[in-house]
Design a protein around this ligand. Structure first.
Ligand SMILES: [Zn+2]
Length: 565
């Protein structure tokens, strides 16, 4: 007697080979027991899959659910979008290990760098842990709807070992050894690897750099090597600063480990950068070094107000604005000295620094004004509006925001908005499609449905790859890169992580606002389209109708990752 049989379905098994219609898939005790035509088996539950397609659940390798997972075991909205395994701790922004005294700063840093509201974090996070091991154990105790693989995070380690100095200075050799020790323990406890960020866009509370950004080469190399001592683990980095592809190749060769390099996004003001990064990564692979470039299949738009203008935070002259609020911030934004410094830096970028915003004012739009006399600006771009009024675009933007008490909503479409260019990245040999950033930037991004978007928009509508290829990209390929055992394929003996869908309608809805965060705070949300069911370890977690609405404890914390070879 089987637990579940899905009969007569069109099967995309994850390997990349053509689908096979008329297939039955049988499940017992969380695993796939048989795959074939007209299996003469009985089951407690039988689902008629006629006219539908079945694939392995999506593995989302770039999420930031570290905090949310402590109050929301359903891991919405990813679980409804066919995601059955999430990797957390990306960019090194973990909440463990953390001493009680460090928690306030840790939450404040997350507020800044990942766009999470401080009220939500204060009210929501269950701090029933201190070490990384205890954090994993807590998730297991609470239960979770999807499978979870967790990185050890560099910034949290620095907070833990360097305390108040974490964002201020390089570590001493003894401190590096203390962090290496925590990494060795974390790997023993079942971490998937070690993650960090050197991105100049990644700032903490009041504009301080996120701690990992100021680590020197010695610290960096020692910590990656500590992760690799056991012959397993993937190193994940959002690059920037000293961490360019050539440097990363050198460290990967020394440590022997695979590396996932984020965030490879097309930036129209630096149009060749993303492709040249991928080409460098490909060249390293040809030399036998296992590097991957993480790319996104979604345009990245940032909605913001002048009270927290993320797109400008990579500009050093903007830094004073990140330390101020209210009247003090308004005085700064009004001052000519501040404005001139920002204008000057936009026009004369410091050598070697690659920023999110590089003066492309046509990509910044007024989304919504708050006062009647300004409505004429809504949905128009700042470059054009400024030209019409004979102003510098920065002055136009700041004057408008100040006139509306910093409440004007702007939107910036700076990254990954040119589809012809994104396409080149998505099909590149060195690329891995991920980067949903699910769980973060909740007020201006919701890309938890990136997998359905790859299958619907890019595959069905634009034809840049075949559906078997897209399914492989989202399932068996990431399982192989991250050495996740027995997932990513529909085959006998594999875990029953399944997604039942319709290729003709699969996709994601437009974004809309919901007020479901702790304290009733809002976030952006999307619904899955063309999804009929999502199973994790054989248990149904969602029926595809919006929010996840099935078994909230179906997932497991994955702790046994394969060795590299
Ligand atoms: Zn990230």
């Amino acid at each position: 007697m089987q637990d579940l049989i899905i009969r007569n379905v069109n099967l995309f098994d994850g390997s990349g080979s053509e689908s096979i219609n008329g297939t039955d898939v049988a499940v017992k005790d969380g695993k796939i027991t048989q795959v074939g035509r007209a299996l003469g088996l009985d089951a407690a539950e039988v689902i008629d899959g006629t006219g539908k397609s079945l694939m392995p659940g999506i593995i989302d390798t770039h999420t930031h659910y570290d905090a949310q997972i402590t109050w929301d075991p359903t891991v919405t909205p990813s679980s409804a979008h066919g995601v059955t395994t999430v990797l957390i701790g990306n960019c090194g922004f973990t909440i463990a290990p953390s001493k009680p005294a460090d928690r306030e700063l840790l939450m404040k840093n997350l507020t800044q760098v990942e766009g999470m509201s401080l009220d939500v974090l204060r009210e929501g996070i269950n701090w029933d842990f201190e070490s990384f091991e205890e954090y994993l154990a807590m998730i297991e105790r609470q239960g979770v709807a999807v499978n979870v693989g967790a990185f050890i995070g560099h910034s949290a380690l620095r907070n833990y070992v360097l305390g108040d100095d974490a964002s201020k200075r390089v570590a001493t050799p003894a401190e590096v050894e203390a962090m290496a020790h925590l990494i060795r323990n974390g790997m023993k406890a079942g971490a998937i690897g070690f993650a960090t960020s050197y991105s100049p866009q990644h700032n903490g509370w009041g504009g301080i750099p996120m701690p990992s950004r100021i680590a020197d080469e010695f610290e960096f190399t020692e910590l990656v090597k500590a992760m690799g001592e056991a012959g397993k683990g993937v190193f994940m980095i959002t690059k920037g600063g000293i961490a360019n592809v050539a440097f990363l190749e050198k460290v990967a060769a020394e440590a022997g480990c695979p590396m996932m390099i984020a965030a490879i996004l097309h930036n129209s003001t630096l149009p060749d950068l993303a492709l040249s990064d991928l080409n460098e990564i490909k060249a390293a692979r040809a030399r036998g070094i296992e590097l991957y470039g993480q790319v996104a299949c979604t345009p990245i738009t940032y909605d913001f107000t002048l009270a927290g203008a993320y797109p400008f935070e990579g500009i050093q002259a903007w830094n004073p604005a990140m330390k101020l609020q209210g009247e003090e911030l308004k005085m700064l934004l009004a001052s000519n000295e501040f404005r001139n410094a920002v204008k000057n830096e936009i026009e004369n970028p410091p050598a070697g620094i690659r920023r999110l915003f590089n003066g492309d004012w046509h990509k910044i739009e007024v989304l919504m004004t708050t006062q009647e006399q300004h409505r004429k600006y809504d949905q128009r771009n700042v470059g054009e509006l400024a030209a019409a009024e004979g102003k510098h675009p920065l002055d136009f933007l700041l004057d408008l925001g100040l006139a509306e008490n910093l409440a004007t909503e702007f939107t910036a479409m700076l990254l990954n908005s040119d589809e012809d260019e994104i396409q080149k990245l998505l099909v590149h040999d060195a690329a891995s499609v991920a980067l949903s950033d699910a769980g973060a930037h909740l007020t201006f991004i919701c890309d938890a449905g990136f997998g359905l978007h790859l299958m619907g928009h890019w595959t069905r509508d634009k034809g840049i790859m075949t559906l078997p290829q897209a399914v492989h990209e989202l399932t068996a390929k990431p399982a192989r890169i991250f050495r996740i055992p027995k997932r990513g394929l529909i085959a006998e003996g594999y875990f029953a992580d399944l997604l039942l869908f319709d290729p003709a309608t699969v996709g994601r809805s437009a974004r809309y606002k919901v007020h479901d965060l702790p304290g009733g705070n809002s976030r952006l949300h999307t619904d899955p389209l063309g999804v009929f069911g999502v199973w994790v370890n054989g248990k149904k977690i969602s029926d595809g109708k919006g929010q996840a609405n099935g078994d909230h404890k179906a997932g497991m914390v994955i702790r046994d990752f394969e060795h590299w070879s």
